[in-house]
Design a protein around this ligand. Structure first.
Ligand code: NDP
Ligand code: A1CAB
Length: 410
């Protein structure tokens, strides 16, 4: 497994936020309390948690330990001696009214300490929208979960790598199948078991990702159908293949979901949309969401959105690469060395994307922030408008969506 990079989302976690600092080397982080740099290695967030558990850190951190929970505003009036002792915390019943980001961050922090029994924590919210992550963030459940991939191509690898980088899934519980060994080596490097038998993947897994090309899905479903039980959750990532097709080719009552991921799952920055089949329960959706959360943004929606998401995001990644390539080539045309131009183009796309996501601003607002009246940007934008970039891009999303719909009809 490659070295993990600092993930800005960690800074949203109230347990890390008071002390965790990103540094220039993306494979490292700094603790501003201990005044210490530490490597992320292959452990990613686990390295951050591990630093937080170190004796040195605990001795200087007066804000993020469970004692902070005791000294929260609700019990500031209590004398220290009245505060629950750590040993009592395992039995303490804790409730959250509201299941939003802050409740989730606090719950996660409390549970991470290992001092509170997760069965003693209850969360309420009017809708189920945010409840899944509380149910599924059960790291111990995920470490035990058996996960299979049928197909060992780019997408299977992207999801597997995303999931495993979180450190919450045990690679020994993951198995992948493909007819040839061409793509299996890189999975073995992740510590994942490999086979040429699709049925072996199904019988040994609870959740199975179907990650073969769309035209092969019917054949593969017929092959595995005798081994699929109601305990399985089958998740297809095949573009265009509908829930009705999946359910129709598997035994009655099979639990099926349709997922459209994209390749940046590999670096935990994917955009994923899934839809539940008629027999998939909300908790199956929560399970999938919990599993995939380390891969990036995970949303659930009606099946009618999946093809549009395929055009916008599954394929959209390639549209962005084309734009990045063109940016770099523009730099080369203007005299810049190619390698440098490509590095700068990649960083420009990354930076623009992060600012867009993290600021929450409309792209038109950010675009206007870059434009000096009579300056360089507006001259460049005029050229893009002349070339019809906007209409062409909308047309590309439409064409890819239509193609996904067409694949589903075959
Ligand atoms: N690539 C992307 O960005 C995205 C892809 N998808 C979807 O993901 C799916 C897979 O695409 P992608 O990963 O790009 O494709 P790849 O061509 O990279 O991989 C396909 C994999 O399927 C394996 N395979 C072929 N026949 C069988 C079979 N009978 N049984 C089991 N495995 C088989 C291949 O085996 P072998 O290794 O032996 O060749 C290969 O490992 C597609 O349905 C696509 O629509 C969805 C979103 C994004
Ligand atoms: O090109 C394809 O068909 C797949 C689906 C989305 C991205 N790649």
């Amino acid at each position: 497994m490659g070295k993990c990079k600092f993930n800005e989302n960690w800074l949203d976690n109230p347990v890390f936020a008071p002390w965790l600092v990103p540094v220039k080397d993306v494979h490292e982080a700094r603790c501003k309390l201990c005044k210490k740099y530490f490597k992320l290695g292959t452990m990613g967030v686990k390295a951050v948690e591990s630093h937080m558990q170190s004796a040195k850190h605990k001795s200087v951190d007066k804000t993020t330990s469970i004692s902070h929970f005791c000294s929260a505003p609700a019990c500031t009036s209590a004398a220290p001696s009245q505060c629950k002792m750590e040993s009592d915390l395992t039995e303490m019943k804790i409730g959250f009214i509201g299941a939003g980001n802050m409740a989730f961050g606090i719950a996660q922090g409390i549970l991470m300490s290992g001092k509170v029994n997760r069965e003693n924590v209850k969360v309420s919210a009017p809708s189920s929208n945010n409840l899944g992550r509380f149910q599924c963030k059960m790291e111990s459940d995920l470490t035990e979960m058996k996960i299979g991939f049928i197909g060992a191509g780019n997408m299977a690898f992207g999801i597997a790598q995303g999931i495993l980088m979180s450190g919450k899934v045990n690679p020994e519980n993951v198995k992948v199948s493909a007819p040839s060994s061409n793509n299996l080596g890189r999975f073995q490097e992740l510590g994942v078991a490999v086979t040429h038998s699709n049925s072996e993947v199904v019988t040994g897994s609870r959740l199975v990702f179907m990650a073969v090309k769309p035209h092969l899905v019917p054949t593969v479903l017929c092959e595995i159908a005798p081994f699929v039980t109601q305990q399985h959750v089958i998740v297809s990532v095949a573009a265009g293949i509908t829930l009705a097709t999946l359910e129709g080719l598997l035994p009655p009552d099979s639990v099926v979901m349709r997922l459209m991921p994209n390749l940046p799952c590999m670096v935990q920055e994917g955009a994923l949309l899934f839809s539940r089949g008629s027999r998939a329960r909300p908790e199956d959706g929560s399970l999938l969401r919990g599993l995939l959360t380390p891969c990036g943004l995970v949303e659930e929606g009606p099946e009618t959105w999946i093809d549009a998401h395929t055009g916008l995001s599954g394929s959209g990644v390639a549209f962005v690469y084309l734009f990045a390539e063109a940016l770099a080539e523009g730099g080369v045309k203007m005299g810049m060395p190619s390698a440098l131009a490509h590095r700068i183009a990649a960083q420009t796309v990354l930076g623009a994307g992060r600012l867009l996501r993290d600021s929450g601003k409309h792209p038109a607002q950010l675009r206007s922030d870059v434009c000096t009246p009579g300056g360089t940007t507006i001259f460049g934008l005029h050229e893009l408008e002349r070339g019809g970039l906007r209409a062409t891009t909308m047309g590309a999303v439409e064409a890819a969506t239509e193609r996904a719909r067409e694949l589903g009809k075959k």
